[in-house]
Structure formats: structure tokens, C-alpha cells
Ligand binder design. Structure first.
Ligand code: MRU
Length: 356
């Protein structure tokens, strides 16, 4: 069993079911969930059975196709209201990663643009669009890998936070794509994975997939990052992102901002890697990004044999934080690397995307 050979999100065309590699069970157990009901798909996203910005976008796109398929409607007028309600429902699963609404809006646009067609034709177009979103995700990640690899040399030490690897996307990942691509080319890196409290994506997922790819992997608790940077073991920090604002402020897993501040102090370049679908040019600055708050139990009792916090204690559990753009050396996208000042360079990336 090599986790790199499993698909994070897949679609069973014969049986019309969404297949998800249940990430809450990793690394102990490889379990594939077969989902057809909206409630279960919503729950899989909320519970992080599927997680990582691009992967939840792909899962939601197939989820919305499944919702559309089950709508009994003869006309567009009958079809659209329940379809739109299903879209809003899936969109409510997690607020921060823009890829979720990006993928769902893209699906809705296909339906709206083709409303003159028959309902079965619209459903078929939706199935194709979801498959296209997944195929593009693979392409984008590979391109991010190519651009990110230009920032590394053989033998480099890299620090990463959370999991922005293959398990968070359809293939390769974003922050970990250059490492996987480098491995394909015979390169070796020393990767340090922050454990990533409270849900442990770094130790459970990044370490697991990097080791499966033969990467020299070391896990550290989040509070050890300063020591590792001070030791001089890190040449670059690579992290993913859930939403990037027009000024370059980048929202990612809670703890990322602290790593960026440490990297600046120790003079190590801090890179954010993500597809253009994660860049939200409608948001001017990071403080406009809605930060998901998660249940207290994730901190007080999950992962422990017994509860570790006194009963009744207050808990603050934001799932994400925002890295100030001034701490970021570059934002690596499928269309190249944006450098400061980001307002201009991100616009240039979108010019390349739309005008070629
Ligand atoms: O809460 P999660 O596990 O979905 O958070 C994931 C992250 O923060 C990732 O770094 C981000 O989504 C980028 S994934 C390519």
C-alpha cells in the first residue's frame, strides 16, 4: 500500500458515487468513502474527511452534480431552485477556502449558461464540468510544482505547515508539489513537517505522503519551528493557502502566520503555493477573510485518551490565520511566481491566465 497511488477524490461513473479517501483515518487506515447523499457529502467536508482547499472544491463539484442528477424536473424553472439550494447547502460546509465557492459557482454558471437546453443535457454538462475541475486541478498542481522547483536545489531543507500535498488536491499538491516533482527527477530534500495542532494534518498527512514518496521527513511540534530555523536547517518555507487577497495577504491553516514571522526573523524565504482558484481578487486585504471557528473538543479532548483541559474552560479554536503579505517572498501559482508588490504581480498572473 502506497498512499501516493490512491486518489484523494474520485468519481465512480458507473454507479454515480463520490469516492473520498477518508483523511480522518490516516495514517492508520486507508478507507474509501462512497457518498451519494448531500448530507453525507456536506458532513465529509465539514469533518475534514476530505480537506485541503482544492480537494474540497473538486468534491463539492461532484457533490453538486449528484444533487442535480437526483432533481426530478422537466423544465429549467423546476430544476433551478432545488439546484441552487443544493449549491448553497454544500457551500455552507466550510467558509474559508475560496475553492469551495469557486467550484460551486463554476458549476452553477454552466447550468445557467445552458438553461435553454433540456434538463438531462444540463445534468450531463454538470458531470463533465466537475470532471474538468478535477483534471484542471491536476494540471495546476503540476505547474505549481514546476515553478516551485525553480526555488529549490538538490539537498535543500524545507519547512512546511499543515498538509498542502497530494492529499489536499487531486495529485501532487501545492506546497508539496515541487518536492514530489523533484523526487520524480531524482532529487532529494529534507522536509520538516509541523505537527499542525489541533487536527495534526502535518504529522498525520504530510509526513505520511512524503515518506511514501521516499522523502527524508522529520516531524516537529509546532513550537519547535523556531529552533529548526535557528539551527540553519531550512532553506525555504513552503505552505499552501485557502484564500489569498488582492494585496497578497494569504490565509492558511492556523499557525502559518507564526511560521512566517519566524522565517522573516531568521532570514529564510517564505513561499505560499496555490492555484489561481485560491486567489480571491474580490477581497482587498486579508482581514476581510472569514475565518472558520471549529469545535472546542478538537483542542480539549480529540487525540487524547482522556480530556486534557479543565471542564468549562474557554476555548478559542480558529482554523486559519492570515499571513501578512510583507512576510511573503513569493506566491507560486500555475502561471508563475508572483513577487512583491503583490497587487501588481497578482494582476499580472491573472493577465497571463486570461490572455495567455
Ligand atoms: O483545515 P484543512 O486541513 O482543510 O486546511 C488545509 C490547509 O490549510 C491547506 O494548507 C490549504 O487548504 C491548501 S491545500 C493545497
Amino acid at each position: 500500500m502506497n498512499i501516493m497511488n490512491y486518489e484523494t477524490v474520485a468519481f465512480d461513473e458507473q454507479k454515480d458515487a463520490l469516492l473520498i479517501l477518508d483523511q480522518t483515518k490516516l495514517p492508520a487506515e486507508v478507507k474509501i468513502l462512497r457518498l451519494t447523499e448531500q448530507k453525507n457529502i456536506w458532513q465529509a467536508i465539514y469533518l475534514l474527511q476530505v480537506r485541503g482547499a482544492p480537494a474540497i472544491g473538486v468534491a463539492a463539484a461532484f457533490g453538486l452534480y449528484l444533487a442535480a442528477k437526483n432533481i426530478r424536473a422537466a423544465t429549467w424553472k423546476e430544476f433551478f431552485p432545488p439546484f441552487h439550494a443544493a449549491k448553497e447547502y454544500l457551500n455552507s460546509a466550510r467558509p474559508t477556502a475560496v475553492n469551495l465557492s469557486w467550484a460551486l459557482n463554476r458549476m452553477e454558471k454552466i447550468a445557467v449558461d445552458n438553461q435553454k437546453k433540456s434538463v438531462p443535457e444540463i445534468k450531463e454538462l454538470l458531470r463533465k464540468e466537475a470532471a474538468a475541475i478535477k483534471a484542471e486541478d491536476i494540471w495546476m498542481c503540476r505547474q505549481i510544482g514546476e515553478h516551485g522547483l525553480t526555488l529549490l536545489k538538490d539537498g535543500d531543507g524545507i519547512l512546511t505547515h499543515c498538509n498542502a500535498g497530494q492529499l489536499a488536491t487531486s495529485k501532487y499538491g501545492t506546497a508539496l508539489a515541487p518536492i514530489h516533482l523533484g523526487r520524480e527527477r531524482g532529487m532529494n530534500f529534507k522536509v520538516f513537517c509541523d505537527e499542525t495542532r489541533p487536527l495534526l494534518q502535518g504529522v498525520r498527512l504530510s509526513a505520511f505522503e512524503l515518506m511514501a514518496d521516499g522523502v527524508d521527513t522529520t516531524v516537529i511540534c509546532d513550537n519547535m519551528a523556531a529552533q529548526v530555523l535557528k539551527n540553519g536547517w531550512i532553506n525555504a518555507v513552503f505552505v499552501g493557502c485557502d484564500r489569498v487577497a488582492a494585496n497578497g495577504d494569504a490565509c492558511n491553516k492556523i499557525g502559518t502566520s507564526g511560521v512566517a514571522i519566524l522565517a522573516k526573523y531568521y532570514g529564510v524565504p517564505f513561499y505560499v503555493l496555490g492555484p489561481t482558484s485560491t486567489i480571491d481578487m474580490s477581497i482587498d486585504k486579508g482581514d476581510e477573510i472569514v475565518i472558520e471557528q471549529r469545535p472546542a473538543e478538537e483542542i480539549t479532548e480529540m487525540w487524547y485518551r482522556q480530556r486534557m483541559a479543565p471542564q468549562g474552560v474557554k476555548v478559542y479554536n480558529p482554523a486559519f490565520d492570515v499571513v501578512d503579505h510583507e512576510l511573503i517572498a513569493g506566491i507560486v501559482t500555475e502561471y508563475g511566481i508572483a513577487r512583491p508588490p503583490f497587487r501588481e504581480s497578482l494582476q499580472e498572473i491573472f493577465r497571463k491566465k486570461f490572455l495567455g
